[in-house]
Write a protein that binds this ligand. Structure first.
Ligand code: TIU
Length: 224
C-alpha cells in the first residue's frame, strides 16, 4: 500500500492518521506501577521494564500539546470505601497485601492516594480528562466512550502500561466500539519481555485484528 501524506508507517500496513479526530490516550502511567518502591515492585516486578516508556511518552505528549490535539489519561483504582472493588479482584493472587491495603505509597490502587496518581513526568494538564477506571479496560464502568464521541474522536493512539494487561484490554474494548487504535511500541511497557512482544503481535496479527503497531518516531514524523 502507498503511504499518503498523513499516513503513519505502521504494521500491518500504514495508519491513515486524522489528527483532528485522533486522541492520545495514556493508560495507567501511575506511580504504583512505575516507581521503585511501589505496588508493582512490591509484587516482585522489574519496574525498569516500564520506566523506559517515560521518555518516548513525554515527547509524544509534548507534540500533542503543542498542536492542541486531544489528550486523555487513565488511572486504575478504586473508591476509598472499595465498593467498586470486586471481591475476586481483592483476593486474587493470595498476597498478604492487596488492593486497598496500606502500601508503600498510601493505600494500594485507591483514588486520592499518592501511589495511585500519575507520575510527575507525564502529569495531566487541568484541561486533559483523567478517566478513573476500576477495571483493566478503560471503557468498562467509565465515561470514556461518551467523552470521545462528544469530541468526535474516531482514532486512538494508545500508550502506557502494561502492554498485555490494561493497554491490550483497552485496545480490544475500543476496537469493538468502532475506534481505530495505533499502539507505538516504544511507548508501551510490560514487566515481562515475552508479553511485550506477544502483546504487540496480537494487536497487529490477521491484518490488524485489533489495530496497528508503530513507534513514536513514525507518529512524530507524520505530525511534523
Ligand atoms: N494498568 C495495568 O496494566 N494494570 C495491571 O495490573 N497490570 C499488570 O500488568 N499487573
Amino acid at each position: 500500500m502507498t503511504k499518503g501524506p498523513m499516513a503513519v508507517a505502521a504494521e500491518p500496513y500504514p495508519f491513515e492518521f486524522l489528527p483532528g479526530s485522533c486522541a492520545l490516550l495514556l493508560i495507567d502511567l501511575q506511580r504504583d506501577f512505575l516507581e521503585p518502591g511501589g505496588f508493582g515492585e512490591m509484587l516482585g516486578n522489574d519496574v525498569s521494564q516500564l520506566r523506559r516508556v517515560i521518555d518516548p511518552n513525554r515527547k509524544l505528549l509534548a507534540a500533542w500539546r503543542a498542536k492542541a490535539l486531544p489528550v486523555m489519561h487513565t488511572r486504575e483504582g478504586h473508591r476509598p470505601d472499595l465498593s467498586d472493588l470486586p471481591p475476586a479482584k481483592k483476593i486474587r493472587g493470595g498476597g498478604k497485601t492487596t488492593i486497598g491495603d496500606a502500601g508503600p505509597m498510601g493505600r494500594i490502587l485507591v483514588r486520592g492516594e499518592a501511589g495511585h496518581d500519575i507520575i510527575p513526568e507525564l502529569y495531566p494538564l487541568p484541561s486533559e480528562p483523567v478517566i478513573d477506571k476500576p477495571g483493566k479496560g478503560a471503557f468498562f464502568a467509565t465515561d470514556l466512550h461518551a467523552i470521545l464521541q462528544n469530541k468526535g474522536i474516531t482514532q486512538l493512539i494508545v500508550t502506557g502500561v502494561t502492554t498485555e494487561v490494561c493497554v491490550n484490554t483497552t485496545v480490544r474494548e475500543a476496537n469493538d466500539r468502532g475506534y481505530d487504535c495505533l499502539v507505538p511500541e516504544d511507548c508501551v511497557g510490560s514487566y515481562f519481555p515475552e508479553f511485550q512482544t506477544m502483546g504487540l503481535k496480537m494487536i497487529k496479527a490477521q491484518g490488524g485484528i485489533f489495530g496497528w503497531v508503530s513507534d513514536s518516531r513514525s507518529i512524530l514524523a507524520a505530525l511534523a
